[in-house]
Design a protein around this ligand. Structure first.
Ligand code: N01
Length: 546
């Protein structure tokens, strides 16, 4: 604890920039807050580790990187933005998403208040001044009344601790550090380790390009057909006149989308009617087979198995080889469908019908080490030019815990969350005054479309700041009791579902040593929105204001 405080006392705080709010992270959450806080008259700065806007879309440049929420749900609701923007595809790729962020930056005039290349490494609360002192890695210091973290859920990469990574003579890459210049992958021998959303997108796009592709799978990905659409002549998914109603409707949807679970349970329908619904959802693409299906799918094991069996049969029909078919879409359900992140695919399963694409099952032939030539499994040594380690992130809490944040007691956020995560409404933590985060733990986060969440949480935080300004208040802090109660709600909601029975990053399972707990609020966006609204209406219940 001493070292951080000491290092601050060594620095000349005269050079510190004084702010009403420091916003960290230039993805959807951060840019929304910059625009709206500044419009409300606050002196604001946005700092971002990358060199431009986009958040995950700035970093994710790997072949095939594309969002799996459709537009216009995956964009801001401000007419000034959508009236002057046309998408080229229903599910835009990462370059188009970066272009969209450039458009947002221009229309909202964000650049004058943004500092890029600024990784926030520490923050200390000064109780006397009621301000955070925040330091970036490059040495900039800010003193801010509010510290607003919009670091997203995937800012801390995870690479397993394999022996020999440094000895590999080829290129070893994590997809979120993909080089900006084009790589020479044509005809090369490439390994993709991991079959999450990143791994399957990469493998699908690399297969036609490379000489040999080996995909290392530990757990199957129950990917659904994306159903991509290319738009012609500015035509979009829905007419622009319908956008205002469309955006208003997002908070009525469980996942912040334009669709919802239906009000019937799986076995309310006879088999023929059920099959018709499944076929319809399958044909429509998007996440509909996951989040616009029967209301009991994530709760009832038999209902869940029915969904899995449909997915399995559809998927197996795409795969020629019997061994590969059993590995990619096994007859016996390996985990609860939809309780591990579902992805959207564009021909992923079909790549395994090509003779140069190999599927390596790391359960039966585990990776023993990385060698100078490639990957040694218990079966053999594979030789590669590239190893792409699509093994994910220290999701949800890692982005926040990697910053040394200390409240008035001197306790760090890492220490506070060492055994378990505590927040109030997935927005703030006791012992850390005037600090809020978006798209973080114990909020709908991975079960909520990003822009929906950015607007919903951003508006709420701004409402609270305005309330404090109107009342002449300087400090807001979560009451410990409300944090304990929120955790109970999060656990109760999760335990009513099948999620805790499945190993996933939703439960913290993907990082060795991370506490196992539901990291997200599973009450759905409408209930979350209502809870936040009621807390505000009742004078910000659960918070001490002074
Ligand atoms: O990461 P992941 P991701 N040995 O954690 C495997 C979002 N996203 O980067 O499942 C072998 O999902 C691991 O195996 P297992 C999206 O929300 C969105 O793919 O733990 N394998 C898994 O297969 C997504 O969920 C978009 O058994 C190992 C993979 O690595 C989130 O980001 C695109 C291993 C990691 O999958 C993260 O996705 C991309 C080991 N030791 C990402 N350790 C879109 O919008 C891990 N694995 C489309």
């Amino acid at each position: 604890m001493g070292s951080i405080t000491d290092s601050f006392s060594d620095l000349s705080l005269n050079s510190a920039q004084e702010l009403g709010a420091l916003i960290v992270g230039a993805g959807f959450g951060g840019v929304y807050q910059l625009k709206h806080l500044r419009d409300a008259g606050y002196k604001v700065k946005l700092v971002e580790a990358g060199a431009d806007y986009g958040g995950v879309w700035y970093w994710n440049r790997y072949p095939g990187a594309r969002v799996d929420s459709s537009i216009p749900v995956y964009e801001f609701s401000d007419p000034a933005l959508w009236q002057t923007w046309s998408w080229k595809q229903r599910f835009p790729g990462s370059a188009e998403l970066r272009a969209y962020f450039a458009h947002v930056a221009e229309v909202w005039d964000l650049r004058r208040d943004t500092e890029f290349g600024a990784f926030v490494e520490s923050a200390v609360w000064d109780d006397g001044e009621s301000k955070w002192t925040v330091k970036t890695k490059k040495g900039d210091i800010y003193k801010a009344e509010f510290f607003l973290l919009n670091t997203g859920f995937a800012a801390k990469r995870y690479i397993p601790d394999w022996k020999g990574i440094d000895t590999f003579k080829g290129n070893f890459l994590h997809p979120s550090y993909w080089p900006h210049e084009e790589l020479d992958l044509k005809g090369k021998k490439v390994a993709v380790i991991g079959t999450g959303s990143t791994g399957i997108q990469l493998a699908t796009d690399l297969a036609p390009l490379v000489g040999e592709l080996a995909v290392f799978q530990r757990t199957i990905n129950t990917s659904l057909p994306m159903r991509q659409v290319d738009y012609q002549d500015g035509e979009q998914e829905i007419p622009r006149k319908d956008y205002p109603d469309f955006f208003r409707g997002r908070t009525d949807s469980f996942g912040g989308f334009d669709f919802n679970f239906i009000g019937r349970s799986t076995f309310d329908d006879d088999p023929e009617t059920r099959r018709e619904l499944y076929e319809k959802l399958w044909a429509e693409g998007d996440f509909k087979f996951w989040l616009a299906t029967y209301q009991d799918m994530l709760f009832d094991p038999a209902a869940n198995r029915e969904a899995y069996n449909f997915w399995r049969d559809k998927t197996r029909a795409k795969i020629h080889d019997a061994r590969v078919r059993d590995l990619l879409a096994p007859m016996k359900q390996p985990y609860s469908f939809g309780c591990k992140r579902v992805s959207l695919e564009n021909g992923y399963f079909e790549i395994f019908n090509e003779s140069h694409v190999h599927l390596v099952d790391v359960n039966s032939t585990p990776i023993e080490e990385i060698t100078p030539k490639g990957i040694k499994t218990s079966e053999k040594e594979w030789e590669f030019d590239y190893i792409i380690c699509a093994t994910g992130f220290d999701s949800i809490t890692g982005s926040l815990k990697q910053i040394d944040i200390r409240g008035p007691s001197g306790q760090s956020l890492q220490e506070h969350w060492k055994k378990a995560t505590y927040t109030h409404m997935g927005l703030s933590v006791s012992g850390f005054p005037n600090m809020f985060f978006s798209y973080g733990p114990q909020a709908p986060t991975p079960f909520c479309n990003g822009p929906t969440c950015a607007e919903l949480q951003g508006d709420w935080i701004l409402g609270l700041m305005n309330h404090m300004r109107d009342k002449g208040l300087k400090k807001v802090e979560v009451e410990e009791e409300s944090e304990n109660k929120w955790r109970e709600i999060v656990l109760r909601l999760a335990n009513a579902t099948l999620l805790p029975n499945t190993r996933s990053w939703y439960m913290g399972d993907n990082i060795p040593g991370k506490p196992r707990e539901p990291l997200l609020y599973l009450g759905g966006v409408p209930a979350y929105y209502k809870t936040l609204g009621e807390a505000a209406k009742n004078g910000y219940t659960g918070f001490k204001l002074e």
